[in-house]
Design a protein around this ligand. Structure first.
Ligand code: FE
Length: 393
């Protein structure tokens, strides 16, 4: 038995934010981040629409990037005092992720993060409120996914929450909110979306419901990401759709080791944070070559290459074309090809690679990767990525 879950309603296209005025309810709490939505006037617009819907509105502002356990607890407390029947989360991935966790603690004050961390073990939500998600970046697709990541800074751990209970009820995918995205974010989040779609397509949990979403997303990223990066607003609108389609695919098919590796290297090195989308973009071609040793995965990568019209007749030549295309994208988007080029110190890399590899193998995303991997193989793969060596094992 498999399950395929999406928000009940996805409003999309320019001006779709206005749909907030058609929500039916009494009270809405609006959860936002650091202030970009306010500065651009979208916060006021959203409040206005919710009031037009006849609702009393309360704001919860200032959710930080990589939201903390404390923020989640504070938000849940505000919700318990205000008793909203709608939770509206607007912004980048962080306010939406934080609001998903607040939702659980609002409805179940006695639940713990340890309980919520067990995958697909959430209590039944929607006893008190329903959830609207409005993304202001084009990549994580948390507006349609069953996932949220919360950080416990005191313990130094990240809680990955996964349950279809936290798949939002309504997603509003309005491209006007991403018109002012900085170009480096367009690049990184765009490559994150491409990675979501490719990993979902080759995942061991892929199915006939997720495949068309993944393929369409891949095709649209290939068609529109460079123009979106160059500032073309029509292309940016297409990318906003593409990342959402990719999200619908990976929320149900899950991901693979590109994400495992990005998760465990993001904050691993003293030379600085490796942004999630950049890490994915860098690792993706190497992982394709590793996974393509598995015949089922090879066939699927070749299908992707064929779908987007890349050159090649044999499976191997099509896979080469796909990797070359991703390398070319990384050039265009100013993304390095190796960890060395990114600026990771060689001695620090050698010192830490064994431990990072073990952690990456243990990451939640490894289970659905199409080819299994041992910590020793992971170490070889990381070494190839560090020096830009060919993956031949
Ligand atoms: Fe991602």
């Amino acid at each position: 038995m498999s399950r395929f879950t999406l928000p009940r309603d996805i409003y999309h296209g320019k001006g779709s934010l206005e749909q907030l005025k058609n929500l039916k309810g009494k009270k809405a709490i609006l959860v936002v981040g650091g202030g970009s939505m306010k500065r651009q006037g979208f916060l006021d617009k959203a409040v206005g629409y919710l009031k037009e819907a006849g609702m009393e509105v309360q704001l919860f502002e200032g959710v930080e990037p990589d939201p903390s356990v404390e923020t989640v607890k504070k938000g849940a407390e505000a919700m318990r005092a205000f008793e909203p029947d709608w939770i509206v989360a607007m912004g980048g991935g962080s306010p939406i992720d934080a609001a998903k966790a607040m939702w659980a603690f609002y409805e179940y004050p006695d639940v713990t993060f340890e309980d919520l961390c067990v995958p697909f073990n959430f209590p039944e939500l929607r006893q008190k409120a329903k959830f609207v998600a409005i993304p202001s970046t084009s990549g994580t697709a948390t507006e349609v996914t069953a996932f949220s990541v919360i950080t416990d800074y005191a313990k130094g751990i990240k809680y990955p929450l996964a349950d279809f209970e936290i798949t939002p009820d309504v997603a509003i995918v309005d491209p006007e909110l991403v018109e002012a995205l900085p170009v480096h974010q367009v690049a990184y989040t765009g490559m994150d979306a491409l990675t979501h779609a490719i990993e979902a397509y080759v995942s061991t949990l892929n199915c006939a419901f997720t495949d068309p979403l993944a393929l369409q997303a891949i095709e649209m990223v290939f068609d529109y990401l460079p123009a979106s990066y160059a500032g073309n607003q029509e292309a940016r609108e297409k990318m906003h759709t593409a990342q959402c389609l990719a999200g619908m695919a990976f929320s149900n098919a899950l991901l693979g080791i590109v994400h495992s590796m990005a998760h465990k290297t993001g904050a691993a090195f003293s030379t600085g944070h490796i942004t999630h989308g950049l890490a994915n973009a860098m690792y993706l071609p190497y992982v394709i070559r590793y996974n393509a040793k598995d015949p089922v995965a090879a066939k699927r990568y070749a299908e992707i290459a064929r779908r987007v019209g890349l050159e090649g007749v044999s499976e191997q030549s099509l896979i080469n074309s796909l990797c070359k295309k991703i390398d070319h994208f990384n050039d265009v988007l100013d993304i390095p090809h190796t960890l060395k080029e990114f600026g990771i110190d060689e001695n620090e890399f050698k010192e830490k690679v064994a431990q990072i590899s073990e952690l990456a193998v243990g990451d939640a995303c490894t289970g659905s990767n199409p080819r299994s991997i041992t910590p020793a193989e992971m170490e070889r793969l990381f070494t190839c990525i560090y020096y830009g060596k060919e993956v031949d094992f």
